[in-house]
Write a protein of this length. Sequence first.
Length: 245
Amino acid sequence: MPSRPNAFIFAGANASGKSTFISHLIKDNIIDGEYVNPDLILKMELKAEENIENYTKAFKIAEERRYKLVKNKKNIILETVFSTEEKIDFVKHLKEEGYHVTVFFTGTESPHINATYLMQRVLNGGHDVPLRKLISRRERGFKNIVVASSIVDCLIYVDNSIANSPPLIVLSLYSGKKCFENINFDRNVSWYKPLISKIDSVVLESDMLEKHISFCNIIQESVQTFSDTLDKTYDEKNIILSGNS
């Protein structure tokens, strides 16, 4: 039986470190697939200014591209704030098409942290997002990931609350069951706990457990070189991402 195609979805509020994390995992050959992101299409392919007309064009290209990849059963890497029902519907579509779906949900302890990251991103040439929109998207994303936790194969909660530090896997679920929990860290992380309040506390035991734990451990070991990724400029990270698009 042929292996299932992979979909890696990086979800979380604006400016929570998703793109940097993705570029790191791609650079270290931990994940593989075509990266589809309308922001990157707008900047690297269309080379157009940020306005509603151009972003609509980039979004349409991204949507057509991702559905074509799914139709052809290709590995795919997506980035999203996960704030709309459409994203949940697309996850369902991936499952219907036979994909193994892994979601990395990146969060911070406070939207004020995201706002600080956002200001730095804009200074480095990235796009801006109104603070009110950032906060509302963050709240809707939190609600939607709870729904998605019972749909996706693997859900990995990643904390990125400390600036200029590696992201930290705090917990992961497989088939809606807890299967990996990191208790050895020296930072206060509580934002994800309300999102798993209804998750069975019993650790999952299955044939996938060992493989999944190994995957999480490989990621955590790789962040020892995360400073190399942080040292890259905004454009250098985009080049890494565009190499997989």
